[in-house]
Ligand binder design. Structure first.
Ligand code: PLP
Length: 439
């Protein structure tokens, strides 16, 4: 009997034995193409020697030193490199152990900024429906994913949620794409006015929505309007790039493609690429300086903040992504993957939308392409698709509740950036097998 507390207590999972390149192998030797990098984590694939060597070298000098006593060379260099490549105006890095921690730090920093600058009445956070920002209580409260929130609702800080920017599901026939983007962005202004113009701390959004909606980028102009509204009302813009950041969408930061700069951005997953658990919260000079010239102390912290070994791994990963050209490769391979998926499944009667950016793609499944009607939720189509794909040797990340937290199915693909052209065929063939066996 296993003593591990698994995600699903009735699950019986194969044991992973090793990983090499784009494949994971179980104990029987069966190979699985890691088509989702776990949950958009393994951007470099498995067994990358440069990263494992960087970890070993760090372990040989010092594995850990607490940040109340020391800073460390890998943490300093990682922060420098992140800032070198971050959007204009982003100036400081707070290193944590994962995505939820990065979001908690972002929310607390945003609140503390207003306390330090004499606006303690600001307390509301606005986010979007169909979003996920992590599973710790603050991050969970921010996310708009109903089923994840439901059991814990009484414990969650009140957060209000506006519409996501989800063209396939939200755009009306009579409006243009740009009009649609402005309409949903303007919901933010309405919500700020409803809550009180000087009472909102932050607006939180994923530039490309990950697991909850399935690789959904906003339409052109949406984030520019969001930035304008935030500036007009003095509201901080927090972007959650935990899943879509670190090159996944074809640029190091997903927000680069929106032409805006956030005040705070959270990253994780691809930052450690699975080699070490690490995340980061990055903020603008304006926010940092307010704390520095105020209390001088960010009232937050975890034991493993700035962990040297995790930082050494992330520095090696980031170097490969930027200097090694892997972000550019992700953009190129991403276009090829979209074409391959479109060619194979673009006319499939039960696939309504194939979308995403870079190597961050999703297929949305519908019962009827014309009406976009979803399958009945109790069919849990996404779970069967995941199971059949896994059987066929393809790992993809499934999710239900694409539409309103209850209805709608999609699967997410987020393969390693090192994938080759030949893998396009492998993904399509294995996916085809899974779809044929499911529908
Ligand atoms: N934010 C987004 C957009 C995510 O996709 C996730 C995880 O899937 C998180 C936050 C939470 O990250 P973690 O699971 O590392 O705590």
């Amino acid at each position: 009997m296993s003593h591990i507390f698994p995600r699903h207590t009735k699950a019986s999972l194969p044991t992973v034995a090793r990983g090499e390149g784009v494949y994971l192998y179980d104990q029987s030797g069966k190979a699985y193409f890691d088509g989702s990098g776990g949950a958009a984590v393994s951007c470099l694939g498995h067994g990358d020697k440069e990263v494992t060597d960087a970890i070993k070298t760090q372990l040989d000098s010092v594995a850990f030193a607490h940040t109340s006593f020391f800073t460390s060379d890998p943490a300093e260099r990682l922060a420098d490199k992140l800032i070198e490549h971050a959007p204009e105006g982003i100036d400081r890095v707070y290193l944590v152990s994962g995505g939820s921690e990065a979001m908690e730090a972002a929310l607390k920093l945003a609140r503390q900024y207003f306390v330090e600058t004499g606006q303690p009445q600001r307390r509301h956070v606005i986010a979007r429906r169909q979003s996920y920002h992590g599973n710790t209580l603050g991050a969970l409260a921010t996310g708009g994913n109903e089923w994840r929130r439901a059991p814990f609702a009484p414990m969650l800080v009140e957060t209000t949620h506006i519409s996501p920017c989800f063209e396939y599901r939200g755009k009306r026939d009579e409006e243009t794409t740009v009009e649609y983007g402005l309409r949903v962005a303007n919901e933010l202004e309405t919500e700020i006015q409803r809550l009180g113009e000087d009472s909102v701390i932050a607006f939180v959004a994923e530039p490309v929505v990950g697991a909850t909606a399935g690789a959904v980028p906003a339409v052109e102009g949406y984030f520019k309007r969001i930035r304008e509204i935030c500036d007009q009302y003095g509201v901080l813009l927090i972007l959650d790039e935990v899943m879509c950041g670190m090159g996944r969408t074809g640029t190091l930061f997903a927000s680069e493609q929106e032409g805006i700069t956030p005040d705070i951005v959270a990253i994780a997953k691809g930052l450690g690429a699975g080699y070490q658990p690490i995340g980061a919260m990055l903020c603008s000079a304006k926010i940092y300086e307010a704390i520095e010239s105020g209390s001088g102390f960010f009232q937050h912290g975890h034991t493993y903040v700035g962990h040297p070994t995790a930082s050494a791994a992330a520095l090696a990963v980031l170097t490969k992504l930027t200097d090694g050209g892997l972000v550019d490769r992700c953009a190129v391979m991403g276009d090829k993957l979209q074409d391959a998926l479109q060619q194979a499944f673009g006319q499939h009667p039960n696939i309504g939308d194939i979308r995403g950016r870079g190597l961050f793609r999703a297929l949305e499944f519908v019962e009827d392409r014309e009406t976009k009607a979803p399958f009945a939720p109790d069919q849990a189509l996404h779970k069967t698709l995941k199971k059949e794909a896994f059987e066929a040797g393809l790992i993809c990340y499934p999710m239900g509740g694409t539409i309103d937290g209850k209805r709608g199915d999609h699967i997410l693909l987020a393969p390693p950036f090192i994938m080759e052209d030949a893998h396009l065929d492998e993904i399509v063939t294995k996916l085809q097998t899974a779809i044929d066996r499911t529908l």
